[in-house]
Design a protein around this ligand. Structure first.
Ligand code: BDR
Ligand code: CA
Length: 311
């Protein structure tokens, strides 16, 4: 299996990503989960990561609390989508599994220094603060990272927190900028792709019908999560952003995109956090990311359902 660190701000769609990864031990080995302030403050994203692992019957997973604020800016959160807890939907509980004492940023650094170079992949499901902080503190880890699979940004569907920016990039644009300039191999899963991965009724019902505790909890999370898009946009379901990163590692054949240059806007007030993707190669700027835009959405949900069933 591929060794991965999941950096996350749960979030119902983050929860789906964690469950997909933990249900797929043949393809991915979760070395640890690091949490970051994003959808809700760090104390809650960290608690939620523990709750999700307990729902998934995996209290043995190592969870590390990371950065509680962006590199240079004030935190921005998304309770309007995820609810006050960040994980609204199922009946939540006080988790009892341990939180590791090490800081998430140090865990990322130590793991990359310990494991053979080129063997550890990072999956980022929230603002890129922890990854950037690790690169600042330990620049030697950059070349040791196999790949970073990032949920963030967009080209045709540019923004969901401002007209120009996607939430994960917008919250910490300086961190994103550092990552996109790092020379590390990047895969970017954009809103263009995740807006095709909708929690349609029959898909959520199939998960609920598994009848297990993790499956029912996930279905209840998705019931809450999709309300935002259904009520605001009249869409047929919510876009299930984050688990697509894990699905890409398990079944890359479900995805399509192209190598592009991606730059992050960090100064304009109007377009702060925009991912400027040179999709049409109108510049000579070197490519720095595989930008994924298309997906077999039903194939993705079949995979998610199959793997949640294994938890
Ligand atoms: C991203 O923002 C968060 O609200 C979601 O969890 C996802 O990571 C989508 O823009
Ligand atoms: Ca997220």
């Amino acid at each position: 299996p591929r060794k991965i660190i999941i950096d996350t701000d749960p979030g119902q769609d983050d929860a789906a990503a964690l469950m997909l990864a933990l249900g797929s031990p043949e393809e991915v080995e979760v070395l640890g989960i690091t949490t970051v302030a994003g959808n809700v403050p760090l104390a809650l994203t960290t608690k939620n990561a523990r709750i999700v692992c307990e729902f998934a019957n995996r209290p043995d997973v190592k969870i590390y609390a990371g950065s509680d604020r962006p590199l240079k800016r004030k935190p921005v959160s998304a309770e309007h989508v995820h609810g006050a807890t960040g994980l609204n939907g199922p009946e939540l509980f006080e988790p009892t599994m341990p939180l590791q004492p090490e800081h998430g940023v140090d865990f990322i650094i130590d793991t990359l220094r310990r494991e053979p170079a080129g063997t550890v992949t990072l999956c980022t499901l929230g603002p890129l603060t922890n990854v950037a902080a690790a690169l600042i503190k330990a620049p030697d880890i950059g070349p040791r990272i196999k790949e970073i699979v990032i949920m963030g940004g967009g080209y045709f569907e540019a923004g969901n927190i401002t007209p120009a920016a996607e939430f994960n990039i917008y919250v910490d644009p300086e961190a994103a900028d550092m990552v996109f300039q790092s020379g590390i191999r990047l895969v970017l899963i954009t809103l263009d792709l995740t807006h095709k991965v909708l929690t349609l009724k029959h898909r959520v019902e199939k998960i609920r019908a598994l009848g297990t505790r993790p499956a029912v909890a996930l279905a209840e999370m998705l019931d809450f999560f999709e309300r935002f898009d259904i009520e605001k946009y009249g869409s047929d379901g919510g876009p299930l952003h984050d688990p697509t990163t894990i699905a890409y590692l398990i079944k890359p054949e479900l995805f399509a995109g192209r190598e592009c240059n991606v730059e992050i806007e960090t100064s304009s007030e109007l377009t702060l956090g925009a991912t400027v993707i040179d999709w049409w190669k109108v510049t000579n700027r070197p490519t720095n990311a595989l930008v994924l835009k298309d997906v077999d959405a039903q194939g993705f949900f079949d995979l998610l359902t199959e793997r949640v069933a294994r938890l």
